[in-house]
Design a protein. Structure first.
Length: 146
């Protein structure tokens, strides 16, 4: 297995790569460049490459002063799944979240992404809630690491 090069989003090119992966995997809730830029200011966004090929992205929503809960989301493009990249990106993101003080880890998966749901469940996450965003038809699934 080839290791990933995981980089924190810094600059427009990386923001566009992160946006591409997000919108490919979450087509029911696409984000504009302005929305991605805003998320990068409050969350830790990373992009993952195999060599020069974009394979995924991650989001870590850091804990707040009120709660030691972080949300960790690792997304791998379909053509690159099953090669261990999701595990590497998840481990990187989990380490980052714990370093930011997270004691509780959550994640979120779109129901139409069964590979992502299986991945989360196989790492000890349990479902806590399902909901549909206004105007959507595909539920999001929130999970918490047990």
């Amino acid at each position: 297995m080839t290791d990933l090069r995981i980089e924190r989003v810094d600059g427009d090119a990386a923001l566009l790569d992160w946006q591409f992966v997000h919108n490919a995997i979450i087509p029911t809730a696409p984000l504009s460049f302005a929305e991605v830029s805003e998320r990068a200011r409050r969350n830790r966004l990373c992009v993952a490459y195999r060599g020069d090929v974009l394979v995924g992205c991650s989001t870590v929503r850091p804990p707040t002063a009120d709660a030691s809960v972080a949300t960790v989301i690792a997304r791998i493009l379909p053509d690159h799944r099953g090669l261990g990249f999701g595990g590497q990106l998840y481990t990187h993101s989990l380490t980052l979240a714990r370093g930011l003080g997270a004691e509780v880890i959550e994640t979120c998966v779109l129901e139409s992404n069964p590979e992502g749901l299986r991945f989360a469940l196989s790492r000890g996450f349990v479902e806590t809630e399902r909901y549909v965003l206004p105007g959507d038809t595909v539920p999001f699934i929130d999970l918490r690491l047990a």
